[in-house]
Write a protein that binds this ligand. Structure first.
Ligand code: G3H
Ligand code: 13P
Ligand code: ZN
Length: 313
């Protein structure tokens, strides 16, 4: 099936529009029916375009068939929602997602030598573009856990001198940049540590027409960390990127902002509180509904206060 059969949006058009208007499309990761519903509820309430992001491990967890069954049954306006493969590490997984009906794929060759990153990215571009599926690639490396298969130990900031040629050779539609964000919950030693806006500025100058992508952009709301710890959890030193820094990045051509950890925190905080305060409960629909509600609230908050994408659809 093709993504247009599901009324899904062309990711490239969403990103171009966002970049020109100075806002960002949120890419929220999901893994199950509840997290999918939370994102769609938030998109509907805020009238925001949204990218549904599925990592390789989430795709494996849900299976392609169940995932596309949920997409088929979901309610959204034509062209408001894109479905995106997050951190695809091979041509084969990118092809699989394209053939399933995804609107865009990320080929993440950031751990490969540059020439291999370029040749594999181009190979994916040549396949996906035949279906008007858009391609995101990555140059530079984010520290932190990307998924169960990839754990980068250190940052390798994107080199602004390489981006123009990289984009030309790969034919990528958008570029993920490494400017100091990391995946996961432990992003910062102190809250005033700054992203490398100097690097971002140079990149945007060198490829002015290319929408840029910020991975590892969760702000890790402390209210969720506190709630998790209050109700039996044990999470120490979790710290995200401040919303002010993300907003600044959005004003500098970041058109897609990836959020996963914040949703995990909202989801888990709600479940912990419900189970702790209502110990008689054992119906998963009750505690999972509170998780959906809390994740919806957090997605709405980020759309309204960080992305600026509300009322754009
Ligand atoms: O950036 C990667 C996402 O946070 C996906 O993580 O592989 O655990 O689903 P995951
Ligand atoms: P966070 O871990 O900051 O939510 O990053 C998510 C991400 O980049 C998904 O690709
Ligand atoms: Zn990522």
């Amino acid at each position: 099936m093709h993504y247009s059969d599901y009324w899904l949006a062309d990711t490239k058009s969403l990103l171009k529009h966002a970049m020109h208007d100075g806002y960002a499309i949120p890419a929220f990761n999901f893994y199950n029916m509840e997290s999918l519903q939370a994102i769609l509820n938030a998109a509907q309430i805020t009238q925001s375009p949204v990218i549904l992001a599925v990592s390789e491990s989430a795709l494996e967890y849900m299976s392609g068939e169940i995932l596309m069954g949920m997409i088929r049954g979901a309610q959204y306006k034509r062209g408001q929602i894109a479905l995106h493969l997050d951190h695809g590490h091979s041509f084969e997984i990118c092809k699989y997602a394209t053939d399933l009906g995804f609107s865009s794929v990320m080929f993440d060759g950031s751990a490969l030598p540059l020439d291999k990153n370029i040749s594999e990215s181009r190979r994916v571009a040549d396949y996906v573009h035949k279906f008007n599926v858009s391609l995101e690639t990555e140059l530079g490396v984010l520290a932190g856990t990307e998924d169960k298969n990839t754990t980068a130990k250190k940052h390798l900031f994107t080199d602004p001198d390489l981006v123009k040629d990289f984009v030309k050779q790969t034919k990528t539609d958008s570029l993920a940049v490494a400017i100091g964000t990391t995946h996961g919950a432990y992003k910062r030693k102190s809250s005033n540590e700054s992203l490398r806006f100097d690097i971002l500025e140079q990149i945007a100058k060198n490829i002015p027409g290319v929408p840029l992508v910020l991975h590892g952009a969760s702000s890790i709301p402390q209210k969720y960390v506190n709630q998790i710890n209050k109700f039996g959890g044990n999470i120490k030193n979790a710290r995200g990127i401040s919303p002010a820094q993300i907003r600044r990045a959005i004003s500098m051509h970041i058109a897609k902002v990836n959020i996963d950890s914040d949703s995990r925190f909202a989801f888990t905080a709600a479940i912990r509180k419900t189970l702790y305060t209502k110990p008689e409960i054992f119906d998963p629909r009750i505690y999972l509904s509170t998780a959906t509600e809390e994740m919806t609230k957090n997605c709405i908050d980020e759309i309204q206060n960080i992305m600026g994408s509300g009322y754009k659809f």
